[in-house]
Design a protein around this ligand. Sequence first.
Ligand code: ADP
Ligand code: MG
Length: 362
Amino acid sequence: MKVTRLALRDFRNFAEAELRPHPRFNVIWGENGQGKTNLLEAMYWLSTLRPLRASRLRELVRWGHKATRVDGEVEREGLVHRLAVEVRDGDRRALREGKQARASQYFGALAVVMFTPDDVGMVRGSPELRRRFVDRAIFTGRPAHLATVVDFRRALDARNRLLRESAPDDLVDVYEATLAQQAARLMAARRAYVERIGPRFAEIVAAVAGAELGVELSYRPSLSVDPVDDPAALHAAWAADRGRDRERGFTQRGPQADDLGFTLLDRSARSYASQGQQRAMVLALKIAEIQLLEAIRQCTPVLLLDDVSSELDPRRNARLFEFLGAFEGQVFITTTDPGFLKIDAERRIWRVEAGAVARQED
Ligand SMILES: Nc1ncnc2c1ncn2[C@@H]1O[C@H](COP(=O)(O)OP(=O)(O)O)[C@@H](O)[C@H]1O
Ligand SMILES: [Mg+2]
């Protein structure tokens, strides 16, 4: 799949912008604060209907304006799909082929994998980052996962509300049964994904950073029942936690507190991996995600690389470009320094300046 057209209206600092990207490499360059990441964010939003950085949709709307819209044309297996997403009066609308579409009808035309400097914090940062990675990665391969996440969240919110309202045990129990069903689906999906991506990840780290690293990726559910996705056992665990959760006013254990473990020679990479090793691990994880996606969906996602080169040392940067050379999909890569990108064929260069983008002839 390739993005063949991208148009922005009042999105972040762009008043109006239109690009016809190259099917292979697109180098987006400009000084800091000009809108490079915003441009990638527009594509990310078009693909996932979720903002990349913003916590509220309103943040995507250009200051002083009321609405924003991103339009895209995506070519997939010889067919052209038209996608659009907009925010108007605080509401989001997604359109496919010009018609309003529900999320379930919308997804599928465009899959993206994004790599940003923030991802480097994934090994050492909070578990939230790792949960978000795994749920987004599953979603990219299987959009229906979004409903699994949303249903679980809703059931969790319901239990938390009942606990705070001191609802009677038999009522909480009914909700816990539902919560356990939703949680089991979510945990099963996460476990299956980690089991599939883990070996690939370890292989790629070995290729990128040397076999001696001996890394392993594992799923660490906060509720350790066996099997992790047994609804009855999850239900029992929450029933047992109920008293303490009532005092806390929220559900402490469950998928909302799960984690991924990165280990390095059986030690926690969180405590022991060097900065360089962590970067290599995160890069390997993203590459594994792409390979898995190609295997699952039989399609190559569009790769969005935000300022990544600046995060890698020269040797790892060379590996990254080696990977990109072999990667068959479309790539958008932002940088402050075009000289840094070792791409000199099959590319288009875009200059971003103060919320405007222009194709640059070279
Ligand atoms: N909703 C918005 N309206 C107008 N400008 C915005 C909005 N959100 C962010 N910006 C501006 O966008 C710029 C940051 O763009 P960004 O894409 O992160 O830059 P970079 O080129 O460094 O990646 C900042 O100048 C910021 O003030
Ligand atoms: Mg940026």
